[in-house]
Design a protein around this ligand. Structure first.
Ligand code: PEP
Ligand code: MG
Length: 310
């Protein structure tokens, strides 16, 4: 049984996801709460937004990703330093584990909101087990504080990581022992695996999920999750790519999370495949040596499927 979730930038997007048949929220990009204003949102403001999302989802999963700024997501008022390699620099979980004042306010807001629905926490740009352990320590301490003050929260809240760096992919077996779920962030996984800036048009020919290196990484991540018995989703753009869908099903992906606009089409696409077909496709694809061969073959497979469906 595969699950189809939606990606959102704020609680106001939830109606669209549910209206299109999304079963839950696979990625709440919380940086938009920070990017839309001129000051850092307070714990209370964040609590209101996360609670609203939890309530609006009416018991369905809401996977809240902690602040993922830096790289292509600049928040001018937060004064990130100018760096020569911002995608490799002080950003996302690295920033949060340094600016624990900002991070702990967000974690507190998420934990408090978890009393109102089925919230899960997801960490971006993870590259080591130590980062996960550090976050868990913060969560543990904040939980003790909340308990002391008699504030309700979900004591069993699930914590997962985005697998979007080659380091996380390579240690996916180790990370799987520490967390409750994975979500593959292909937008960044492609960038970091192929050493290609996701915003640079001059090298965009390299920015493709059909590269054998990227496909092997995705397959490996899913296998590690399966071996450890944790669910694995994908919230990058590749989850909505009709050419990728048969491969992802064959690899064993449990959950697809796509923008609200892509939910209906993705559902149709997923439903059009059976296990026997996708297994054969994946076997063929994984023998190719180049991005071009993979892309061409998957285009043919996709257009054949479209004809069948019509
Ligand atoms: C990703 O990297 O695939 C992802 C979903 O996160 P973002 O696009 O927000 O970096
Ligand atoms: Mg990302």
């Amino acid at each position: 049984k595969l699950h189809l979730y939606g990606n959102i930038g704020g609680p106001e997007d939830i109606a669209k996801v549910l209206g299109s048949g999304g079963e839950g929220i696979g990625l709440f990009r919380t940086e938009y709460l920070f990017m839309n204003g001129y000051v850092i949102p307070t714990e209370e403001e964040q609590f209101i937004a996360y609670k609203k999302a939890a309530v609006m989802a009416r018991g369905r999963d809401v996977i809240i990703r902690t602040l993922d700024i830096g790289g292509d997501k600049n928040v001018p008022y937060m004064g990130l330093p100018r760096e020569s390699n911002p995608f490799l620099g002080y950003r996302a979980i690295r920033y949060c584990l340094d600016r624990t004042d900002i991070f702990r306010a967000q974690l507190r807001a998420i934990l408090r909101a978890s009393a109102f629905g089925k919230i899960k926490i997801m960490l971006p740009l993870i590259t080591s087990v130590s980062e996960v352990i550090a976050v868990k320590r913060h969560l543990h301490n904040i939980s003790l504080e909340l308990e002391k003050s008699g504030v309700e929260f979900d004591r069993e809240i699930k914590v997962g990581v985005m697998i979007e760096t080659p380091a996380a992919s390579l240690i996916a077996d180790l990370l799987a022992e520490e967390v409750d779920f994975f979500s593959i962030g292909t937008n960044d996984l492609i960038q970091y695996t192929m050493a290609v800036d996701r915003c640079n048009e001059n090298v965009s020919y390299l920015y493709s999920p059909y590269n054998p290196a990227v496909l092997r990484s995705i397959r490996h991540i899913i296998q590690c999750a399966k071996t450890s018995g944790i669910p694995v989703g994908m919230c990058g753009e590749a989850a909505a790519d009709p050419k990728m869908i048969p491969l992802l099903i064959a690899f064993g992906l449990d959950e697809f999370s796509v923008s609200a606009a892509n939910i209906l089409e993705t559902r149709k696409n997923i439903a059009s495949w059976n296990m026997e077909e996708v297994t054969k496709i994946a076997e063929t694809v994984m023998k190719f040596h180049t991005e071009k061969e993979v892309s061409q073959y998957l285009s043919e497979v996709d257009s054949q499927k479209r004809q069948e469906v019509i």
